[in-house]
Design a protein around this ligand. Structure first.
Ligand code: PLP
Length: 391
């Protein structure tokens, strides 16, 4: 749907949904098959195996016909009981929404505050765990890539802090905007539930979400008492054993997932991660050359997936985005929650190459001029110099 005709392809550079490759669109464009028929079992079985490496796991990955929010809920209701304490870290808007969900489900979230300019505060997590001698904290829940701020938390360090405190809490991690674009190791980091979604690094439309599940999480699910039905892992895993689902799966989205995974594996996950690191660096060089500020202040937490850019005091990020959409047919991410109108977000995730990054940055640089935002020119040049010199 487009309210008025405009020539040229739209630039969808929000931090998800990301651009869906034509090959994936073609895969979706196949006849829907009988989800109880013999071929579906064969297809489902290989797909449930093929999805594992992207999570860095050999264990089960559950696929829901739902957006990422559903998989958040699934992670909580399958592992926890009413009144359980969950330690969470306020990295930004998405961590805040997950925390609110935990509250609504009858859990007791303990929220470690940050200034929304960095990843999870690993020291505070360690401190809270060491102080919790009676082990009342049942889970630590962290957002890997905070899409509202462009900060990527160090899950390896969160795990190390939990180990150093010898604390038995479960580790739940939201990788909705990082999976398939940023290195991730569910098994090696001993994550208990990894939550993810289809519409970002996996290069699919919105509509699928995931839980990768450890043995410890499965064990916890046997005694967890929060009510669950649609999200219950047990019937899912029972059906998945033969490649089927307990209710109607999103069949054509699964075709898309199958092809997107082929594309990621053909490129090689290490190469995919390096490509996003490189595009993140090119984008940050452009932002610095414009004389604007990056929302994430800690270089160790810079996101390879998106860059949130702060506007000078007195200037509107929403007006800038509106001007860019109107003049150059490009969508950029808005500022969420307390960052509304303060930042805009440049998505560089999923199926993206050098020229798309440069086209995006060109649109931003021209937009800054059109919208009268004080800046220096030369951002695109800085990105070009970096990309041309770093194959
Ligand atoms: N968590 C993160 C980090 C996200 O980026 C998003 C969506 O952008 C969500 C959770 C919510 O996922 P969904 O909108 O697919 O329900």
């Amino acid at each position: 749907f487009q309210s008025k005709p405009i020539a040229g392809r739209h630039f969808l550079q929000i931090p998800g949904p990301s651009n869906v490759p034509d090959r994936v669109l073609r895969a979706m464009d196949n006849p829907t098959m009988d989800h109880r028929g013999p071929d579906f079992g064969l297809f489902g079985k290989q797909l449930l195996e093929k999805v594992k490496p992207v999570f860095g796991t050999k264990g089960p990955v559950i696929i829901y016909p739902a957006s990422g929010t559903g998989a958040w809920e699934a992670a909580l209701v399958n592992t926890l009981s009413p009144g359980d304490t969950v330690l969470m870290c306020e990295t930004g808007q998405f961590a805040s929404l997950w925390q609110e969900m935990a509250q609504r489900l009858g859990l007791k979230p303990v929220f470690i505050e940050t200034d929304w300019r960095r990843g999870a505060d690993v020291e505070s997590i360690g401190e809270r765990l060491r102080a919790d001698k009676g082990h009342s904290i049942k889970a630590v829940a962290v957002v890997h890539n905070e899409t509202s701020t462009g900060a990527t938390s160090r899950i390896d360090e969160v795990r190390a802090a939990m180990d150093a405190a010898s604390h038995p809490a479960l580790l739940l991690v939201d990788t909705i905007s990082s999976l398939g674009s940023v290195e991730y190791k569910h098994d090696e980091w001993r994550v208990d539930v990894t939550v993810s979604g289809s519409q970002k690094g996996l290069m699919l439309p919105p509509g699928l979400s995931f839980n990768a599940v450890s043995d410890k999480a499965l064990k916890a699910s046997e005694t967890a008492k929060l009510p669950r039905s649609f999200w219950d892992w047990k019937p899912m895993l029972a059906s998945n054993a033969t490649g089927y689902f307990p209710y109607t799966p999103a069949t054509n989205m699964l075709y898309a997932l199958d092809t997107a995974l082929d594309m990621l594996h053909e490129e090689g996950l290490e190469n995919v991660f390096a490509r996003h690191e490189r595009h993140g660096e090119a984008t940050r060089r452009a932002v610095r050359a414009w004389g604007l500020e990056i929302q994430c202040e800690d270089p160790r937490h810079y996101s390879p997936v998106l860059t949130a850019v702060r506007l000078p005091e007195g200037h509107s990020a929403n007006a800038l985005r509106a001007a860019i959409l109107e003049r150059f047919n490009m969508s950029l991410g808005n500022g969420l929650g307390r960052l509304n109108d303060r930042v805009f977000r440049i998505g560089h995730l999923g199926d993206i190459g050098d020229l798309q990054v440069l086209g995006t940055l060109t649109g931003v640089e021209m937009g800054l001029r059109v919208a009268g935002v004080p800046h220096k020119s030369g951002g695109v040049q800085a990105a070009m110099d970096y990309l041309a010199g770093n194959a």
